[in-house]
Design a protein around this ligand. Structure first.
Ligand SMILES: Cc1cc2nc3c(=O)[nH]c(=O)nc-3n(C[C@H](O)[C@H](O)[C@H](O)COP(=O)(O)OP(=O)(O)OC[C@H]3O[C@@H](n4cnc5c(N)ncnc54)[C@H](O)[C@@H]3O)c2cc1C
Length: 337
């Protein structure tokens, strides 16, 4: 256990906030000991995976636990389906690559998402037409109340768009220990309809893509569009794409004929990046913080010296200007600590 510990290397924004206590955990017994310590001392808890979806707005006056639980296991169900279980501390992209090397399909569209496996259910990570709920079987968690292990199946996780039980009623109540996915061994469901996957495959001259080809295309698109947190601090999309009533969308269309939207029944999902761009934020910098020049949905620590509060205030200014122009309230996707 370390005291007054800088979390700068443990959050992809690269914010230099300190934790009163910090510990790295490799096993469940160690985890239980740390949790018992925090309970006795009445310390708030901060669980850390890859730190790619948090914004530390101030020093953390509690115990930060970096979860390093490792291991991957497999159980074949039949000659096509296989259950693959990864412990919370496995790096997500390395896990995707592990599955692709064995020709297990289902995760390829989720290549190169930063973070760890244990965090993937938190916001039902998704990209390029796939969300983990599509291949999720269950996750094992440690209940912080009684330190007992519990299993959540697909239904119990209540997955939604960048949402799950772990951000709703279960917020702050569980440590996710491992996640099990059901993948395919031969009859793969290749998804190329979303985003630029098709055109990227054409560029690569691939007509009958394998799951490995899809992953290659996704990686290439992501590398060209998104800033690498190792080079420039960021947490990916800072806001969720808002969903508004159809009637409000129709009204806005009268005023802003280029407004984009994806209707679903009587609601419409509007791309937050477009709204932010229309308010003039794309590439704009204030002090140490900026909106990324290629993707305005991504807020960056432009100088590497930004504080969490500066980043938070920048995001509030974006929310206010989108609200003023479109009467749409953006919601932050990143967890504010
Ligand atoms: C460049 C970039 C691109 C991104 N692209 C995408 C994308 O395409 N799709 C997408 O969905 N996300 C994307 N993200 C966001 C991020 O990668 C995901 O949300 C990822 O799942 C976060 O994992 P993490 O381990 O880094 O979480 P952390 O930031 O460490 O933690 C996130 C939250 O989960 C809690 N937590 C961490 N581990 C556990 C655990 N084991 N049990 C319970 N709670 C826990 C933390 O306390 C915190 O509240 C992107 C981020 C970046 C930087």
């Amino acid at each position: 256990m370390q005291e007054n510990f800088s979390l700068q290397p443990y959050n992809t924004f690269g914010v230099d906030a300190h934790a009163r206590y910090f510990i790295e955990i490799n096993g469940i017994e160690e985890l239980k000991e740390a949790l018992t310590f925090s309970k006795k001392q009445h310390l708030p808890l901060l669980l850390l995976g890859g730190g790619s979806n948090i914004l530390l707005t101030k020093d953390f006056e509690g115990l930060a636990i970096k979860l390093n639980l490792k291991g991957i296991s497999e159980e074949s169900i039949n000659d096509n389906e296989i259950l693959v279980t990864a412990k919370a501390g496995e790096n997500w992209h390395e896990f995707v690559m592990y599955c692709l090397q064995r020709n297990y399909g289902g995760l390829e569209n989720l290549s190169l998402i930063p973070g760890n496996v244990g965090t993937s259910p938190m916001q039902n990570i998704g990209a390029y037409g796939t969300e983990i709920k599509d291949i999720f079987v269950n996750c094992k968690v440690l209940d912080l109340e009684n330190l007992e292990i519990k299993t959540f199946n697909l239904e119990e996780c209540n997955f939604g768009y960048r949402d799950s039980i772990f951000k709703q009623d279960g917020k702050g109540k569980y440590v996710i220990l491992q996640v099990t996915f059901k993948l395919t061994q031969k009859d793969h469901h290749i998804k190329t309809e979303y985003g630029a996957i098709k055109s990227e495959l054409e560029n690569l001259n691939i007509q009958h893509p394998t799951i490995q080809d899809v992953a290659k295309a996704v990686i290439s698109i992501r590398q060209s569009k998104l800033p690498d947190p190792k080079q420039i601090g960021n947490a990916g999309s800072f806001f969720k794409n808002p969903t508004i009533p159809l009637a409000q969308f129709e009204d806005l269309k009268q005023k802003f004929e280029n407004i984009q939207g994806y209707p679903n029944g009587d609601v419409v999902k509007v791309p937050a990046g477009w709204l932010i761009e229309q308010c003039g934020w794309k590439g704009k910098q204030i002090g140490n913080v900026a909106s990324h020049k290629l993707q305005s949905l991504v807020i960056i620590n432009a100088t590497g010296k930004a504080t969490g509060k500066e980043i938070f205030d920048f995001s509030t200014e974006i929310i206010n200007s989108v609200k003023e122009k479109f009467e749409i309230e953006l919601e932050r996707e990143v967890n504010i600590i």
